[in-house]
Design a protein around this ligand. Structure first.
Ligand SMILES: Nc1nc2c(c(=O)[nH]1)N[C@H]1C(S)=C(S)[C@@H](COP(=O)(O)O)O[C@H]1N2
Ligand SMILES: [Mo]
Length: 204
């Protein structure tokens, strides 16, 4: 009887976690670092984060001001286009929805360009950042986010391939039409849905 239950339980757990691994991905337990170029070091005294582009009035926060915004905890799975997925990562940060309470977007806004210290950019549809789907992560697994993973702050958009989660985030630029960011100009998907395996532009 006991062994019957053990087997059943084991199988169930296995299928649960594999249901969360998109096609062509494998599960990893460490946290690989993937950066195009050197890791920027941003002193908190000069760090700032802006919302700009097609907004009635752009806004910029200092580190101190940003940290006074309401934070939330997020548990998410992340999927890198180089085929690793990591389940149940724990973050603390400020949801994009919370940030959007501070600006009036022009009605024509449909897309966002996330831009980083060190010149990395990535494009995301506005709707994919709203309703708690994305956040600016500042703590990871209970500690301040490490510089190689994008600390002091990175965008996290868990439902898209992880290249959309810009490390060392500096701001979001609101746009009317879609434009390719850094990897997208290099041939990666404009959208990057891991469940549809949208890795390259030819998969869109
Ligand atoms: N600023 C910046 N953000 C970035 C990148 C980068 O090179 N620069 N790489 C992207 C890619 S391809 C991935 S898979 C993830 C990797 O995040 P990690 O190094 O924390 O695993 O960050 C994304 N965000
Ligand atoms: Mo990636």
């Amino acid at each position: 009887m006991a062994s019957f239950f053990n087997k059943g339980f084991g199988r169930k757990r296995e299928s649960l976690s594999s249901d969360r691994i998109p096609p062509g991905q494998y599960e990893t337990y460490d946290f690989p670092v993937l950066t195009a170029g050197p890791t920027p070091r941003i002193p908190l005294t000069t760090w700032s984060f802006a919302l700009e582009g097609l907004v009635e009035a752009p806004i910029q926060w200092s580190w101190e001001q940003f940290n006074a915004l309401p934070k939330q905890s997020f548990t998410t799975d992340i999927h890198c286009v180089t085929k690793w997925s990591k389940l149940d990562t724990h973050w603390e940060g400020v949801s994009i929805e919370t940030l959007l309470e501070h600006v009036d977007l022009k009605p024509e806004v449909r897309y966002v360009m996330a831009y980083s210290y060190g010149d990395y950019t990535t494009n995301i549809p506005l709707d994919d950042l709203r309703l708690g789907k994305a956040f600016i992560g500042i703590n990871f697994e209970g500690k301040p986010l490490a510089p190689e993973h994008g600390g002091p702050a990175r965008l996290v958009v868990p439902h898209l391939y992880f290249w959309k989660s810009a490390k060392w985030i500096k701001g979001l630029r609101f746009m009317e039409s879609d434009k390719p960011g850094f990897w997208e100009r290099g041939g990666y998907s404009m959208y990057g849905d891991p469940w549809k395996e949208q890795r390259y532009r030819t998969d869109d």
